[in-house]
Design a protein around this ligand. Sequence first.
Ligand code: SF4
Length: 246
Amino acid sequence: MAVGSAERLTDDGTVRSPTDVLSEAFARHGADRVAISFSGAEDVILIDMAVRLGVRPQVFSLDTGRLHAETYRFLETVRERYDLALEVLTPNADAVADLVKRKGLFSFYRDGHQECCAIRKIEPLKRKLSSLDAWITGQRRDQSATRTAVPFVQPDIAFSRPDHSITKYNPLAHWSSAEVWQYIRTHDVPYNPLHDHGFASIGCEPCTRPVGPHEHERNGRWWWEQADGKECGLHAQNIRPVRIVG
Ligand code: SF4
């Protein structure tokens, strides 16, 4: 069987397309128990594909309070384009206030991004995942050194609990950046306008910068840290087997 740009061999030799993986997620868990995590260009492709499959997907986004103004407008553009009940998750206000009071607004430049990301991203995500059985992400293998082994489907060992298993689906795991942008152009999918200004991978404003034409896309994230540690905790198991507790 010929394998086109939208279809790739899995590790066990079967052919899968992103819509095949998406369909499996919705069929296995039901649209009310699985959600698409939305922040970047890949995630809008997943929303677009789900809508084309006839699914009204549950979609959430993490508002850390530190996003670019363009990103907030982008969220609204996507909400309106696909008529989504987009859920915007916010961090615990007391935890944010405590961190800022103790360490200021830019402590991540001094002692790493983990503490701030834990408060502004991980805790809200953990809260949301407690109401789901699975989530769908736009992770791709060629995004960074930490994602080279991302499979289509995996148990989420970082967020599962002994009494509650979470499954993570990565339908675009084998797609290249070129394939992402080909889909966006072909289907007129909305994207963050910061991409037109040199930003390849977009996170929080203080932790994201544009990259050069031949630089790796994740080089613009937490550029003051080592490349093999550039995960905010949402996908911590890419770095090492972890279980987030508490
Ligand atoms: S990316 Fe930066 S600003 Fe955003 S939560 Fe992490 S450390 Fe904080």
